[in-house]
Ligand binder design. Structure first.
Ligand code: AMP
Length: 243
């Protein structure tokens, strides 16, 4: 994954990204794009999936409660993820903005987040900018290959794909030589379940933010760099428009 950009480092310092939602079906590239935006803008990626996987790896009660649901492609209950996000948003590194990746995934989560941010805007020092939502779209057939072919470096979290972006040496990270891993929910059966949850529960979230005006749809079936550039353009245009 290259991290080239037409933007100068100075812009990364002066541009205030604020809260950004990356929306889209499983496998559209939210994680990859969030990592690139994080590097470009110097703001954190907040991935509820990553936080849950970290809890599973550490054997916490939250991780134990979430594992079975996640392996079957089902959503974790709203209260659990809302609490996680609330705790994460109380940390200091979110002051210039942050990228929410994989959250909110239900209308209940979206409503909780909207109310939580309204509360934060009133408290001193918090980013007062409203949310900007970017929906990444990719055809479902392509998503299946992206999901079942996805491999992730256990150490640096770099993302590969055995069909589209294979590492130079099979199963080994190009960056640091660590063995690549496959997520336990990146199977065809779990993908089918995740798409069902996406259509019934997450599609209304996209409608919800679509109605608010600070929203753009991006074609995610292109080179990673082209998608990143479109997201940057959309985000910066939306912010310039006074949002
Ligand atoms: P992801 O890494 O975003 O693809 O998420 C992997 C799995 O974690 C999902 O299939 C869900 O089981 C769970 N998960 C992640 N984010 C959420 C969320 N916002 N709400 C409910 N479940 C979630």
């Amino acid at each position: 994954m290259t991290q080239e950009s037409n933007h100068s480092p100075a812009q990364a310092d002066t541009f205030l990204p604020g809260p950004v939602l990356l929306l889209g079906a499983p496998g559209v590239g939210k994680g990859t794009q969030a990592q690139l935006l994080m590097a470009g803008y110097g703001i954190p990626q907040i991935s509820t999936g990553d936080i849950l996987r970290d809890n599973i790896a550490r054997g916490t009660d939250l991780g134990k409660a979430a594992k079975g649901l996640m392996d079957n492609g089902q959503l974790v209950p709203d209260d659990m993820v809302n609490d996680m996000v609330g705790a994460r948003l109380s940390q200091r590194d979110v002051q210039r903005g942050y990228i929410l990746d994989g959250y909110p995934r239900t209308l209940g989560q979206a409503e909780w987040l909207d109310a939580h941010l309204e509360g934060l805007e009133e408290s001193a020092g918090a980013v007062a900018l409203p949310l900007v939502a970017i929906n990444i779209k990719v055809d479902e057939q392509v998503l299946l290959k992206r999901i079942t072919g996805r491999r992730i470096c256990g150490k640096c979290k770099h993302i590969y794909n055995v069909y589209f972006k294979a590492p130079q040496q099979e199963g080994i990270c190009d960056v640091d030589g660590t063995a690549l891993q496959q997520r336990s929910d990146d199977t065809e059966a779990a993908f089918t379940e995740r798409m069902k949850a996406y259509h019934s529960l997450t599609a209304p979230v996209i409608e919800h933010y679509g109605k608010q005006g600070r929203f753009r749809e991006i074609d995610g079936d292109r080179d990673v760099e082209a998608v990143t550039e479109s997201i940057r353009e959309a985000l910066e245009q939306l912010r310039q428009a006074g949002n």
